[in-house]
Ligand binder design. Sequence first.
Ligand code: BES
Ligand code: ZN
Length: 456
Amino acid sequence: MPANRIAEHVEANRTRFLDELKNLIAIPSVSTLPEHDADVRRAADFLVGQLREQVGMPRVELIETAGHPLVYAEAMDVPGKPTVLIYGHYDVQPADPFELWRTPPFEPTVDGDDVRGRGAVDDKGPMFATLKALETLMQTEGKLPVNVRVLIEGEEESGGASIAEYVKSHGGALQADCVLVLDTAMIEKNMPTISYGLRGIVYAEIIARGAGHDLHSGVYGGIAPNPLQALAWVLSDLKGRDGRINLPELYKMMQPLTDDERAALARQSELQEAGFLTAGGLKELPGEANYSIAERASARPTFEVHGVCGGFTGEGAKTVIPAEATAKVSLRLVPNQTPDAVFKLLAKRVAELSVPGVTMEVRDLHGGDAVLLSLESSALKAAATALETEFGKSVTYAREGGSIPVVALFDEVLHAPVVMLGFGLPDDNLHAPNEKFYIPNYYAAIRTVANFLTLL
Ligand code: BES
Ligand code: ZN
């Protein structure tokens, strides 16, 4: 039985597998901050080394791009067997605010059943589990049961522009019968979850400019425009207190959900509500009335402000009218709302809301399409079997609120069914201080992926 051999191998190597993951988490591969460019490359080199020496893939390459490198590997030596493309990302979100971490974000720390560190769950733990699954199969069976391509990007957390470019121009070289993605979550601990949807995103920066330089607020107060105030008006006009985004066309673009889908999401909401409250440290979950929690968190568009900057924020008081103010914002999108079209709606609305004496520039930082996958593929069935064997429970199918920009391209360009297996937990703090990965899920992911590939 390969499943037994797989489990035994994982058991015999559990300490080394965890130590290697910690070595990867220790590399601060923050893709959006230029000061970490060398670290991002170091993480890519680490994976190249792993794929060559530990996994033993016959072909391993670092692919240069206009941004951060891609890591590619393949073992295409079982003719007649299907080909699986395994995707993941080795970059991470910025770790600030640093003072809120219980242990430094890039000094991975085991705490009970968790390993804590930036990127532990998103996506270093789950992604690295796929490599350890390949290694386990190579060492227990001597070869892989299917043909495998591995493609790992270093820009997912900053929009994924380079992998998008690569998939569009090299789609032929990535031919696969299915794509495996480990970068999503379980809806609850011990509830094996396959995700069939992701939201899209458009991320923008709004820059408001007033006077040519900062002004004395006594001399100019009452006569000069204030770009920070103007920005606040624009931001509050973009979304009402009822949660409705003031871009009416946005809602016209989306496909309405069927009654069955809405009812299923409402049922799932009951299960998820307590988890959202505790994991988020929240007292309530406000948002659009008449939509369930799960629907609002995965099947409705959103508008969020991520940061506002401008004027005097130091200690004490300074009486100044700032010359400039900026805001970082994004909209999460659902199918049929394309990032380009939605960016245009946003830019047009901001222009309409403009204030005398203040110019507003809206910059498009990145975007990605939403995905909604069919549940019919045989790859998905094999994945469900592998998960059910591992957890001894039937699989839950979920739509995710988060985004993985390249997944829509896998669907459109490669025409291959995508399988997204979740190993994150609701309280893993992704993108937040004290991010962690539940270690039992690391080993579960390794075994599940190895068994999935065997079942194919
Ligand atoms: N792993 C996440 C996506 C995700 C989050 C899936 C939560 C399921 C649940 C991914 O790495 C991510 O965070 N993506 C970014 C993409 C963006 C920066 C383009 C996101 O969703 O913010
Ligand atoms: Zn992320």
